[in-house]
Design a protein around this ligand. Structure first.
Ligand code: GSH
Length: 340
């Protein structure tokens, strides 16, 4: 049948469930780390509709959507059965999995990272959902019974992800004593060596999540007319996340490499500029990808990303070039959108 490849990120809770399933079933696979700010052509080819991780490639078969991937894995590799034998139990497990993705993940995110009324409402709804799960796990070691099963993999994120996102977002939502059975289950789950192996290192995880929040809380939240960011808190965070990533990449490349290039150019021979220039141009490619086929980053009207990166070419990049007396980039070509 051919090899197994998993396009994923270490921090994605949807990716973790697939890694865990493959580990439990003893399936060898290649982990292909995606940069969601600069998705690989293969990811876009394999998941053209959602453009998300995880994506499982097994020989010529491409499977997307983590719950669907779990079912594919279960049907393809028979070792360590994940779903219950009984059809009603299977239906129940699938129901709670859907419940998790729809009624738990989004409110937990907003409860941990949001503010004001939206945060309070989300916390209430997250705790309601967790209370329902507490009832399901009472008196059991795992949702799957004595061994880790499908629903444990779907819910497994609760055991490490929430506390990391709470830390990054600054809101405490869940205390161990609120749901003692769920807490005990989380401990049983996380201490399985195969599960533990795929959990991202805490510090890196928190830093990654911080990347996606606590940033660019600006205009759009103060002046409500003509909102620059989408309404939905999850979508909003994603846009902020990309804005931060892009701005960060730009600043990193421009800031470090352009300064070094300009500096080097003014003092040393030209060939020494080549490497930093190449790196800086790489970040421009990322920007170009984002703007491909669009008038502006925000679509037809100026949006959040346009405001974030819009001032770069004509301000200090130009200043660097002028002060060093060299031309670093063809900014007219790269930043065509800026004229708009
Ligand atoms: N319903 C999808 C959700 C996957 C998902 O949201 N993946 C996120 C990472 S956690 C992603 O790839 N986001 C990239 C984007 O939204 O552009 C699944 O279960 O696989």
């Amino acid at each position: 049948m051919g090899g197994v490849k998993l396009f994923a990120t270490k921090e994605s809770l949807f990716s973790s469930r697939i890694q865990w399933a493959l580990k439990l079933k003893g399936v060898e696979y290649e982990f292909i780390l995606e940069d969601l700010a600069n998705k690989s052509p293969l990811l876009l080819k394999y998941n053209p509709i959602y453009k998300k991780v995880p994506v499982l490639v097994h020989g010529d078969n491409v499977v997307v959507e983590s719950l669907v991937i779990l079912e594919y894995i279960e049907e393809t590799w028979k070792e360590h059965p994940l779903l219950p034998r009984d059809s009603y139990d299977r239906a129940t497990a699938r129901f709670w999995a859907k419940f998790n993705d729809e009624k738990l993940v989004p409110p937990v995110w907003t409860a941990c990272t949001g503010e004001g009324e939206a945060q309070e409402k989300a916390k209430e709804s997250a705790l309601e959902s967790l209370a329902l799960l507490e009832k399901q796990i009472e008196g059991k070691k795992f949702f799957g019974g004595e061994q880790i099963g499908y629903l444990d993999l779907v819910l497994g994120w609760i055991s490490y992800w929430i506390s990391g996102v709470e830390e990054a977002g600054g809101n405490k939502v869940l205390e161990a004593e609120m749901f003692p059975s769920l807490h005990q289950w989380g401990q049983n789950f996380i201490h399985n060596p195969l599960i533990e192996e795929c959990i991202p290192a805490r510090e890196a995880f928190v830093a990654y999540v911080q990347y996606a929040i606590n940033y660019f809380k600006m205009g759009d939240e103060t002046w409500r007319e003509n909102p620059l960011l989408p309404e939905d808190p999850f979508e909003k965070t994603m846009v902020r996340f990309w804005a931060k990533r892009e701005a960060n990449e730009l600043f990193k490349h421009y800031g470090t490499h352009c300064v070094i290039s300009a500096w080097t150019a003014s003092r040393t021979k030209r060939h020494e500029q080549e490497k930093p220039l190449e790196a800086a141009q790489e970040s421009l490619k990322v920007l170009n990808k984002l703007i491909e086929g669009k008038k502006l980053f925000g679509g037809e009207i100026i949006g959040f990303l346009d405001l974030v990166v819009g001032s770069l070419p004509n301000s200090w990049l130009k200043f660097l070039e002028e002060s060093a007396g060299i031309k670093l980039f063809d900014t007219k070509r790269v930043f065509r959108w800026q004229k708009i």
